[in-house]
Design a protein around this ligand. Structure first.
Ligand code: ADP
Ligand code: MG
Length: 702
């Protein structure tokens, strides 16, 4: 028995101002009016906002809250918040607790210190946060501080989006509009809204915090910049799905409780492939709520880890030589009356809505593969995509056997049959016979159809899910718009739909690939098929200026050209800044920790050579070791000087793209050279003298 026995249902969402709470606490009329606003049927009535704010305040105060905050997602990719207390002093020197509709709806944080990509200068500081009433308000406990959190969008005085949420909300509208047009044209007139759904599987590492505190690289950059390989890594394939270590299991338990209180439906947890790597996945939700929840999940992971003397690493590649971490974005579209548009049913070849939606996604992903790739480009993810681990930087789609077969039938004139899964025979009479899925899984595909949704696996573990989701929503909306235009014009809807799916199946067969995406053969094959393979982050970000990419985001009113360019600017700067921090951290550790330790060891060896010789014995071994250590010290010292020179030169470059290129072409190779000589030293220097916890310790000490 533990403290949760029988209490999970009570605890779930207890810190959320949920629909159930609203129904109880709001006057009937206010509740109804607010529901109509949520359904997009009417704007928020200011009088209702006042009633809402008051009810929220009373509820939050009962939970111990003293403050409220507008909680938003600036371009840092993290969240931001500024707390205000509810107190309102009275003339007689006392105070009452107040919270108005105006304060609920709008905040005015100083916007000048957030990244804006040149959209605003410090003298034009005004920015607004606007309540996103589609994502529920909640109370969060941080230590003794309890605060009412109001999920918000964030824009400038001129209405330019300065955050990650605004384009996501705009893209949801675009997708809904176009998907509804297609549905209506295909004869479904019941649905009134289509939303995209997201289930984000989150990978992370846990290391003991005593190791973390001894590593400046982990503290400042979230990844190890030095570190010789551990003699044992992930080669035994014994960590994945392994039984949970007690300390980790306790951490996961506490994590779940915290998340459940916040209404985050933490569902799945397990050991991942690399040692010390784990995963958590929630039950899917509407993309904007799921994006908020993923931010809360990342924050709670860090917080609960610290409480348990762990440090949670969310970086895409904390350790060289073992798997990095991703965030698999499971994405689909669902109508307000509960139909999943990517649900094939038992006879997918007869399911016209499904076939049209499937074709639309495949066409969107092929047509805008470059934009989708750019939506996951950052410095951390560069270590995964296009490096020697998965998924590759080539965007392809896994459809699996059954759907590929249908796709091919469509291309050849129309789908007439669906292959079935049948039963699985295990050859043991005591085991039940299992109905087999019609399609095997593929873990190497960057964009895989997994039963009733697509799983976009290129997203980095530290990234906001907003970018990839708003791009996906927009490009699918764009293709659905083309399809709707065609369907609305015709009197022969069925024939036209067949023509469209046939055309798409033919034209976009090239992006469908069911094989192993990690092989060299696929890279060659993809090139033959003309699929782009953009390995570098900088090259990928440059495509944000491509005409088609600007156009599609502009056309669906997700980002204006100015907003997109500002974002690109921020991303280039961010790439350079991160690499700048990483190089300075390396220089610091090399000069102040590694070289001194190696020199001390060289001194000890020299002393040993001398004293052994003086005693009349042979010191050939020590002499050889000494020569090797000194050689490496010399080499490493040279690498330090080279890196410093490269960084200084690169920092002088004024143009942000050229600077990022210089980080990629000049600084990264210099960092790699420095790391190599330091790691060689780690392999031979006295472990007692080595100043940094080793990979083996961080992986295996719990
Ligand atoms: P995997 O086998 O891919 O690791 P998991 O169970 O870890 O699967 O994660 C699958 C994720 O997909 C979960 O978050 C789940 O809620 C989500 N999911 C399921 N159906 C949908 C859907 N229709 N739309 C979006 N996400 C979905
Ligand atoms: Mg999983």
């Amino acid at each position: 028995m533990n403290e949760t026995s029988g209490k999970v249902t009570e605890m779930f969402g207890s810190n959320v101002f949920s629909d159930a709470v609203m129904r109880v606490r709001l006057p009937k009329n206010a509740y109804k009016s607010f529901k109509r606003t949520l359904d997009g049927l009417e704007p928020l009535d200011p009088a209702v906002a006042d009633v809402m704010a008051n009810a929220m305040k009373d509820w939050a105060i009962e939970k111990g809250a003293t403050h409220f905050c507008h909680w938003f997602q600036p371009m840092t990719g993290l969240t931001a918040e500024k707390h205000d207390s509810f107190i309102s002093p009275t003339p007689d020197g006392r105070t009452i607790m107040e919270f108005s509709g105006k304060e609920l709806i709008k905040g005015e944080p100083d916007a000048s210190s957030f990244p804006s990509g040149g959209l605003r200068a410090t003298f034009e500081a005004r920015g607004y946060t606007a309540w996103d009433c589609t994502s529920p308000v909640f109370v969060k406990e941080d230590g003794k501080n309890i605060t009412l959190y109001i999920p918000c969008a964030f824009c400038s005085y001129t209405g330019v989006a300065l955050d990650k949420k605004t384009p996501l909300l705009r893209s949801m509208d675009a997708l809904s509009t176009q998907a509804l047009r297609v549905l209506h044209a295909l004869g479904n007139t019941a649905s009134r809204r289509v939303t995209s759904t997201l289930g984000a599987e989150q990978e992370y590492f846990l290391v003991d915090s005593s190791f973390y505190r001894k590593r400046l690289d982990l503290m400042l950059t979230g990844r190890t910049l030095f570190g010789a390989p551990s003699p044992r890594g992930q080669e035994l394939e014994d960590h994945y799905f392994g039984s949970l270590h007690e300390r980790v299991a306790t951490f996961m338990h506490e994590l779940n409780l915290e998340l459940w209180k916040l209404g985050v439906s933490a569902k799945t947890q397990h050991n991942e492939v690399a040692p010390a790597q784990y995963e958590i996945a929630p039950v899917f939700a509407t993309v904007n709520v799921a994006t908020d929840h993923n931010q809360l999940t990342m924050e709670t992971l860090r917080k609960v880890a610290l409480r348990n003397n762990f440090c949670c690493l969310l970086h895409e590649k904390p350790f060289a030589g073992v798997n990095g971490s991703g965030k698999h974005n499971n994405w689909s579209m669902v109508t307000d009356d509960g139909m999943n548009l990517l649900e094939p049913g038992s006879t997918p070849h007869e399911n016209m809505i499904f076939l049209v939606m499937l074709c639309a996604v495949v066409r969107a992903v092929d047509k805008y593969a470059i934009l989708l790739r750019a939506s996951v480009a950052n410095a951390g993810n560069e270590h995964r995509l296009g490096a020697n681990e998965a998924p590759p930087a080539i965007v392809s789609v896994f459809l699996g056997e059954q759907l590929t077969d249908i796709f091919d039938q469509l291309a050849n004139g129309g789908a007439k049959s669906s292959t079935c899964g049948g039963d699985l025979k295990l050859g043991v009479s005591a085991l039940p016979s299992l109905p087999k899925d019609s399609t095997d899984r593929n873990r190497t595909s960057p964009f895989a159809f997994t039963g009733n949704k697509f799983e976009f696996r290129m997203v980095g573990s530290s990234q906001s899910t907003s970018g990839p989701c708003f791009v996906l929503n927009t490009i699918v909306a764009d293709v659905l718009e083309e399809i709707a235009d065609e369907l609305e014009k015709t009197s022969d809807v069925k024939g036209t739909a067949q023509k469209i799916t046939r055309r798409i199946a033919k034209e976009h067969r090239r992006i469908v690939y069911n094989g192993d995406n990690y092989t060299r053969e696929w890279v060659a094959e993809a090139e033959k098929r003309g699929l782009p393979n953009i390995r570098s982050t900088v090259d990928s970000l440059k495509t944000l200026f491509d005409k088609e990419n600007v156009e599609v985001l502009k056309k669906h009113k997700v980002l204006s050209k100015t907003e997109l360019h500002a974002r690109a600017e921020i991303l280039f700067e961010n790439y350079s800044k991160l690499l700048h921090i990483e190089s300075l951290t390396m220089l610091n550790m090399a000069r102040r920790q590694i070289l001194p330790a190696a020199s001390q060891y060289a001194g000890a060896l020299a002393a040993s050579v001398q004293s052994v010789m003086a005693a009349g014995a042979t010191s050939v071994g020590q002499s050889k070791m000494l020569v090797k250590v000194c050689e490496l010290i010399n080499q490493m010292n040279g690498n330090v000087e080279d890196l410093e020179k490269m960084v200084n030169k690169t920092e002088e470059i004024g143009n942000s793209i050229k600077q990022a290129e210089s980080y990629r072409d000049q600084v990264i190779p210099a960092m790699a050279a420095l790391r190599q000589s330091a790691d060689e030293l780690e392999k031979i220097v006295d472990a007692q003298l080595w100043p940094l916890p080793a990979y083996a310790e961080m992986f295996f000490v719990k």
